[in-house]
Structure formats: C-alpha cells, structure tokens
Ligand binder design. Structure first.
Ligand code: A3P
Length: 335
C-alpha cells in the first residue's frame, strides 16, 4: 500500500499534542508520487494524524470523486467555515437555510481522526449524498483522494497567517479537544508539527504552487477581511455563477462575523454543546467556534519571544520549501 502510517512512540511530546479520546498518533505519508505533472509541485511531507487514521487511509485514498463536487481544502483554523458558507451560498443562494453546515458541507476525514465515541463517519454520509456534493478537508495535497487529480472538481483553498492560525488552533484544542497543557506547550507542538494535520508550511506552499490550475482557487483569510466583496466576486466567477451587486452585498452581510456568530446553521453551537455533553466537560465561557474573527489577535496572546520564534520558524520552513516571496507575505505578513 503506498500510504504509510508510522506510529510515533509516545514521549514528553504526547501531553503537548493531547487530542480527546486519541491515544496514539502517526506520521501519515504517501510513498509513491503519482505520475502526473502536478505532483512534482508537492512537498510530500508526513502529516501528523491520529493513529486511527490507518483504518481509513485506503478508503480516503480511493474515495470516489465526481466532476460536480466542490472541495474546500485548508489547514485548520484558516477560515474554512467562513469560506465553506461562502462557497455553498454562491452555489445555492439559500440564506435562510437552517440545515447545519456540517451536513451541507461534510468534513471528509473527521471520523478518521476523532474520538470513536463522537460517531462522525462523514465518509459514509458523503458516499450516499446526492450530487452536487460539497466536501471539506484539511488533508494536504498528497493525501487527498487520488481521483481528485484526474476528475478535477473545483477546489477552493483558503489559508491564513500562521500566528493567528496557531492561536486559533490552540483555542480549538482547548475547547474542542479537552487540551489541558499550556499555551506555550501547544505552540511547541505546533512548531514541531505535532498538531493534527501539521505541517502548516508545506500545506500552504503546495496549494500556492497549484494556484494557477483551472480548477483551483487560492484565497486568504486576510483578503476576505480586507475586501470581502472582491473575494466573493472572484469566487463566484470561479464557480461559474453571476450575481448582482445587491446580491453580493446581501451575501457579504450574511457572511459577516456578527451575522455568522448568531446563525445556528453555521456557528457550530449545537456541535460544541454535544461535544461537551459526550465528554462531560465545559468550554471557556467566552468560547465560540466563530471566536474573534480578526487579523493580528496573536499579538494579544503571544509573548514577544514567541512571536520571534514563529517569525524565525516560518522563515526557515518557507525557505526550505523554496516558497515564492508572496507566500512569505501570506504566511507571515510584515504589518
Ligand atoms: P479565530 O479563532 O481567530 O477567531 P476554521 O473555520 O478554519 O476553523 O477557522 C476558524 C476561524 O475563522 C476563527 O478564527 C473564526 O473566528 C474565524 N471566522 C469564522 N467565521 C468568520 C467570519 N464570518 N468572519 C471572520 N472570521 C470568521
């Protein structure tokens, strides 16, 4: 089998990578580079996943892809939910829907990486779903289902600066994975690629390198914050949809932070509550899945030393990936 799942012996790092109900983790990698020109752009770095992923690796690899699927790929906490709702609404324009985003736009590998007690077998749900399907995944390019590269469905990729993504991921771990180690411990885990779906850097670089493919659209959280209507228009065009200026404005309003945080179809309030019921735990009083939604809030939580560590780390990592200068600015903007 070309996918290898190499269990990581537990050690001091395990506490820093704590993920509820998961005892072991693996480096998951694809050993055979597919014989397609695009694959020459991939870093093929091992991905940190729950060891239970091994049970589903082959199913994910052989997952059937359809030309009218729309995929949303991202590293965790980079604006996935926000972009999912954008994409789904551009294709369906049903602002009043009460159907939860998780059902409209399932997360492919969710059940393959989380605690069995959560019973989140999204693959079966997706296999039975009638087209056109909307599929979210955090898997890096080389671990995506093989058919993606021949069937070529539309793929929207979204990324975000690394320091905000890491801070957002810490709050996610703390409130949705019962993470008990410290903020500093989490950042150590992030910087050593021992958080689920790491590494961040090659995830972004691989998709940046494929951004000019006809079926791939590369977006950033920061662009969505700075000029949302332009991103909405660009995404609509990519998806082959056309809207009036008024509709774009209505959609921008629907997707605003203030509206999304109150919209139970997208804010995961029910899912967060269910999670705490199953785990018999409590979230931070002020935690919402849609949390702060700002650029640069890492400055309120990271010490000057931590910021320096991240700056150095991302510089080294992107240099190693031979990333374009624009990627340095996307992953770690100077201002
Ligand atoms: P913060 O934790 O920094 O607030 P993902 O969906 O990939 O898990 O990303 C979650 C991040 O996107 C969170 O960041 C969340 O607040 C932010 N987000 C979600 N919806 C948003 C919106 N409408 N506007 C701005 N940010 C949003």
């Amino acid at each position: 089998m070309p996918i290898v799942c190499e269990k990581i012996p537990s050690g001091e790092w395990s506490r820093k990578s704590e993920y509820v109900g998961i005892e072991e983790f693996s480096w998951v990698n694809e050993t055979l580079r597919p014989n397609i020109p695009l694959a020459s752009k991939w870093s093929m770095r091992p991905c940190f996943l729950s060891a239970k992923y091994e049970r589903s690796a082959e199913i994910v690899e052989n997952f059937q892809v359809y030309p009218d699927d729309t995929w949303l790929v991202s590293f965790p906490k980079c604006g996935t939910t926000w972009t999912q709702e954008l994409v789904w609404q551009l294709c369906n324009f049903d602002l009043a829907t009460e159907s939860p985003l998780r059902s409209r736009f399932p997360f492919l590998e969710l059940g393959c990486i989380t605690y069995d007690a959560f019973k989140l077998d999204m693959i079966s749900i997706l296999q039975k779903k009638s087209p056109p399907r909307f599929i979210k995944t955090h898997l890096p390019a080389h671990l995506l289902p093989k058919q993606i590269w021949s069937v070529k469905p539309k793929i929207v990729y979204v990324t975000r600066n690394v320091k905000d993504a890491a801070v957002s991921y810490y709050h996610h771990y703390k409130n949705l994975q019962h993470y008990k180690a410290s903020f500093e411990d989490f950042m150590d885990a992030f910087l050593t690629d021992k958080v689920v779906h790491a590494p961040y850097d090659s995830h972004v670089v691989d998709f940046w390198n494929m951004r000019n493919e006809e079926n791939i659209l590369f977006l950033t959280f920061e662009d969505m914050k700075r000029d949302h209507p332009s991103v909405i228009r660009k995404t609509a065009e990519f998806l082959g949809k056309s809207f009036t200026d008024e509709q774009i404005e209505t959609l921008a309003e629907h997707l605003s932070f203030d509206k999304m945080i109150k919209n139970d179809a997208v804010n995961y309030r029910k899912e967060v509550n269910q999670y705490h019921q199953i785990c018999n735990t409590k979230k931070d009083d002020d935690f919402n899945f849609i949390r702060k939604g700002q650029i640069g809030t890492y400055r309120q939580e990271m010490s000057a030393e931590m910021i320096e560590r991240f700056d150095k780390w991302i510089e080294e990592r992107l240099t190693k990936c031979k990333a374009d200068p624009q990627v340095f600015e996307i992953c770690n903007p100077k201002n």
